[in-house]
Write a protein that binds this ligand. Structure first.
Ligand SMILES: Cc1cc2nc3c(=O)[nH]c(=O)nc-3n(C[C@H](O)[C@H](O)[C@H](O)COP(=O)(O)OP(=O)(O)OC[C@H]3O[C@@H](n4cnc5c(N)ncnc54)[C@H](O)[C@@H]3O)c2cc1C
Length: 413
């Protein structure tokens, strides 16, 4: 894989806590900027759970600049449209063209399996000389006069690893964020995601789809899109409700224990007014995984992104609701900005580079977090407000669905 570095001297050393999409993307970006990078992942191996992920042009533009689009296109699907449908009537209210722009500098809108994205980022990082160590949990950090020291718990015992900076990419339940900010755990949103993957080949022809569809119903919506070259369909049903007796440990799982019968009953209840087409789709899917959604309020300032020689990225910094499909996207944008600032501010100290990164990122991340919350409210409208939403979509559809400030964003990668 041809991934040119912008600098060759491997002088600075950065540790990354977390080998998810955010941590690996930072590893690629920093290694491209000439940094020696070491990733510590607490899991025994890199296995991205979950299911699908959508990446808009704001994100594929970065992957293009990193030379990774051939790898992405080998595993992704390129949906032609995003359809907004009323879940109860089945009416297609509006459709937005996703991949109609074929100008020379256009970037595609892709949908892919999260594991495929993680694998290709891992491969790219390794190709750039990044060391990725599993079964390695970063437990704490300590500021040094000229650096930072990470305390890492390895299978063979604890080590203290010195570096120039630490990037914290340990996800929504980030323990390292607590050491830096002490602002408490992420909050329960009161929304639940039931998600599954189904082979399109086992679905009746009328249920197969190569587009992104959002079915909007009262207090519920369903999102479907193709992954793995279009051979599989990713289906997520998002409902409102709390679960009784759920511990913090349960919440940290991406697959909360729930029996198939419980799930079936929940989905039937949530979709009781849904049209036959949506019922048929949900009935045709099995093996649903339940995931209570947690987030944080939109970022308040640059101090939530970086302090001293420690930077927070991805869900550790700005966990968000998935209603704009941009959580991983913002982690990738964080990574691109971090690598850019590291290379661009070479005359500055490490803390100043991380500050420049934080200043460049926090407002955009806050805006995306806020817009994701609003989207969820719009998707779940009831009564007259739902009627008004549908009427607006019928008349102004693509203009309402497009988000130019989001998708048109260009980072200096
Ligand atoms: C239903 C749903 C749908 C979504 N759809 C989309 C979408 O379409 N598009 C999109 O862009 N985003 C989407 N997202 C959001 C996206 O999944 C997340 O924002 C993204 O995965 C966050 O990546 P991350 O690397 O920051 O965190 P994580 O993926 O959580 O990775 C954190 C990693 O750190 C490791 N770790 C934790 N603690 C430590 C430690 N102390 N030391 C070492 N390692 C540690 C963990 O094991 C894990 O591997 C969706 C989210 C949900 C819930």
């Amino acid at each position: 894989m041809g991934l040119p570095c912008t600098m060759s001297a491997m002088t600075d050393k950065v540790l990354i806590a977390g080998g998810g999409i955010g941590g690996l993307a930072c590893a690629v970006s920093l290694a491209r900027a000439g940094v020696a990078v070491q990733v510590f992942e607490r899991a025994p191996e890199l296995t991205e759970v979950g299911a699908g992920v959508q990446l808009g042009p704001n994100v594929t533009r970065i992957l293009q600049a990193w030379g990774l689009m051939p790898d992405v296109q080998a595993v992704a699907a390129l949906p032609a449209f995003l359809h907004a449908r009323n879940a109860n009537s089945g009416e297609v209210l509006a459709s937005l063209s996703l991949n109609g722009n074929t100008t020379q500098d256009s970037a595609p809108y892709v949908t892919l399996h999260r594991a495929d994205l993680q694998v290709l980022l891992h491969r790219a990082a390794q190709g750039l000389g990044v060391s990725v160590q599993c079964q390695a949990q970063v437990q704490a950090f300590q500021a040094l006069k000229d650096g930072v020291l990470a305390q890492v718990n390895l299978a063979g015992g604890d080590v203290n690893e010195p570096a120039d900076a630490l990037v914290v990419a340990d996800g929504v339940w980030s323990a390292l964020r607590q050491q830096l900010l002490q602002d408490g755990a992420a909050r329960l949103t009161g929304h639940l995601a039931y998600r599954t993957l189904v082979a399109q080949s086992v679905l009746p022809a009328q249920l197969r789809s190569q587009d992104v569809t959002v079915w909007m119903g009262p207090r519920v919506h369903v999102v479907q899109y193709p992954v793995r070259g279009g051979e599989w369909l990713n289906v997520v049903c998002l409902t409102e409700g709390q679960l009784e007796g759920v511990s913090l440990h349960d919440l940290q799982s991406w697959n909360l224990h729930h029996t198939a019968a419980q799930t079936r009953a929940d989905l039937t209840q949530a979709l009781q007014g849904a049209c036959p087409g949506l019922h048929d789709l949900v009935q045709a899917c099995g093996d649903w995984r339940l995931w209570p959604l947690c987030d944080r309020p939109p970022m308040q300032g640059a101090h939530e992104h970086a302090q001293g020689r420690v930077a927070l990225v991805g869900d550790a910094a700005h966990p968000m609701r998935p209603y704009l499909a941009q959580g991983a996207g913002m982690a990738l944008e964080d990574a691109a900005e971090l690598g850019h600032q590291w290379a661009a501010q070479t005359g500055q100290g490490v803390a100043a580079r991380l500050q420049a990164f934080a200043q460049a990122r926090w407002q955009r991340n806050a805006r995306v977090q806020a817009r994701a919350i609003r989207n969820g409210q719009i998707f779940h409208l009831r009564g007259p407000m739902q009627w008004a939403r549908d009427a607006s979509l019928r008349t102004m559809g693509p203009r309402l669905m497009d988000v130019p400030w989001l998708y048109g964003h260009r980072l200096p990668v």
